[in-house]
Design a protein around this ligand. Structure first.
Ligand SMILES: *Cc1c(COP(=O)(O)O)cnc(C)c1O
Length: 386
C-alpha cells in the first residue's frame, strides 16, 4: 500500500504528468509574452494560448473567441456575476441563485445585495436538486441573472442544467453556471444546456492551479459584461493582465485529455465509487448517503456516519485524505451549509464525510480507505455511548 491515499479530488486534483510535460517548455525557452506582437517569442506564446483556447472551447461546446482566461473559477464567478449585474443595471436589479452554491458564487451575490441588488436564494429539495417550478416562480420581470452550479462540490449532485438553461433563455434572463466540478468529468455543452456564462477551473481537472476560464456567449444571444479588471485590454477587454501562458497551455492539454478519456474514466471512477460505498455500507450500519445517488458525479460519495463526529473521524485517519463539509471558523466548527440546506439536522451535518475519487484512484486504494474508515468509525462509536 502507498503511504497515503488521496480521496479529496473535489478540493484539487494532481496535475496529469502529460499536462506537466506540455507546460515545461513555457517555463523555459518559450517564455514569451503572448501580447508581444513584434517578435517570434510573443508569436510562439500567442500560438500556444490560441491552441489552448480552442481546446477549452471544444470541450465546452463553445467557440474559441467565447473563452476568457482567468486566474481560476473564483475570478470567473466574480466576473460573470458582477459583470452581468453592472452591465444590465438598466434592465433590472434582481439575481437568483441557490443555497448550495460554492462561496465563489454566494459571496459575490451577497456583495451585490449589500450594494442594493435584490437577491433570491432558492433552497434545494432534500436530494439536493433544484425544483424547476420553484425556479420559474422566482424569475421576475426585473431578473437579470440566474446562477446555478452544474455539479455540487460537496455532495456531487448534478442539476438539470439543460432544463434550467431553457427556462432562463425563454425568460430572457442570462444563465451563469459554475461548472467547475462537472467540466471534464461529465459531458458539458453550452449549446445543448443553454448556458450563457460558464466558469471552469484547471486544477479540478488535472491541470495546474491558478488558471481558469469564463465562457461568455457571443452569438444568439450576445452577452455583454462589465470587466472587473482594467488594464492592458487583454482577453477582448474582459480581463486585463498578462496571460499565464504555462498555466493556459496546461489547461488546454488537460481539456484535450478529458475530451479523449473522460467517458471511459467516468465509468471506471463510478465503479470504484460504487465499490467504496458498498464496502462501507456492508460493514457499517448507519452510514447514509447525502444527496441524490442517481443525479451525481461519478467520483463523489458523501456519507453521514451516525453517532460519529466527522472531524474526529478524519483526525483518526491521517493517511487517508478526506474532507468534511465543515468549515473551521476561529471559534467553532461550523457544519456544512450545503447539508443544512438539504434539511440535514446538526447531527447528520456534523457526521458527514466527502469522498472524492478521480483519475489516479486505484481499487487497492479504495479497499484500503474503506477498511480504514470502517475500523475508525467502529472505534469512535465504541468510545461514545449511544
Ligand atoms: C474549486 C471550486 C471553485 C473555485 O475554483 P478556483 O479555481 O480554485 O478559484 C468554484 N466553484 C466550485 C464549484 C469549485 O469546486
Amino acid at each position: 500500500m502507498p503511504a497515503r491515499v488521496y480521496l479529496d479530488y473535489h478540493a484539487t486534483t494532481p496535475v496529469d504528468p502529460r499536462v506537466l510535460e506540455a507546460m515545461l517548455p513555457f517555463f523555459g525557452p518559450k517564455f514569451g509574452n503572448a501580447a508581444s506582437r513584434s517578435h517570434s517569442f510573443g508569436w510562439e506564446a500567442e500560438k500556444a494560448v490560441e491552441l489552448a483556447r480552442k481546446r477549452v472551447a471544444s470541450l465546452a461546446g463553445a467557440e474559441a473567441r467565447e473563452i476568457v482566461f482567468t486566474s481560476g473559477a473564483t475570478e470567473s464567478d466574480n466576473l460573470a456575476i458582477k459583470g452581468v449585474a453592472e452591465s444590465r443595471r438598466a434592465n433590472g436589479n434582481h439575481v437568483v441563485t441557490m443555497a448550495t452554491e460554492h462561496k465563489a458564487v454566494l459571496d459575490p451575490v451577497r456583495r451585490l445585495e449589500r450594494s442594493g441588488m435584490e437577491v433570491t436564494v432558492l433552497p434545494p429539495e432534500k436530494d439536493g436538486l433544484l425544483d424547476l417550478t420553484r425556479l420559474r416562480g422566482a424569475i421576475r420581470s426585473d431578473t437579470v441573472l440566474v446562477s446555478v452550479m452544474y455539479a455540487n462540490n460537496e455532495i456531487g449532485v448534478v442539476q438539470p442544467i439543460g432544463e434550467i438553461g431553457a427556462i432562463c433563455r425563454q425568460a430572457g434572463v442570462w444563465f451563469h453556471c459554475d461548472a467547475v466540478q462537472a467540466f471534464g468529468k461529465i459531458p458539458v455543452d453550452v449549446e445543448r444546456d443553454h448556458i450563457d456564462l460558464m466558469s471552469m477551473s484547471a486544477h479540478k481537472m488535472y491541470g495546474p492551479k491558478g488558471v481558469g476560464a469564463l465562457y461568455v456567449r457571443r452569438r444568439a444571444p450576445r452577452v455583454a459584461l462589465q470587466p472587473q479588471m482594467d488594464g492592458g485590454g487583454h482577453e477582448s477587454g474582459l480581463r486585463s493582465g498578462t496571460l499565464n501562458v504555462p498555466g493556459i497551455v496546461g489547461f488546454g492539454e488537460a481539456c484535450e485529455l478529458c475530451a479523449r478519456e473522460s467517458e471511459a474514466e467516468a465509468a471506471r471512477v463510478g465503479a470504484l465509487r460504487d465499490r467504496l460505498k458498498a464496502k462501507i455500507q456492508a460493514e457499517l450500519p448507519g452510514a447514509s448517503v447525502n444527496g441524490s445517488m442517481e443525479h451525481r458525479l461519478p467520483g463523489n460519495l458523501n456519507l453521514s456516519f451516525e453517532g460519529v463526529d466527522s472531524e474526529a473521524l478524519l483526525m483518526s485517519l491521517p493517511d487517508v485524505a478526506l474532507s468534511t463539509g465543515s468549515a473551521c471558523s476561529s471559534a467553532a466548527v461550523e457544519p456544512s451549509y450545503v447539508l443544512r440546506a438539504l434539511g440535514a439536522g446538526d447531527a447528520a451535518a456534523h457526521s458527514s464525510v466527502r469522498f472524492g475519487l478521480g483519475r489516479f484512484t486505484t481499487p487497492e486504494e479504495v479497499d484500503y480507505a474503506a477498511a480504514r474508515v470502517v475500523e475508525a468509525v467502529r472505534k469512535l462509536r465504541a468510545l461514545t455511548p449511544a
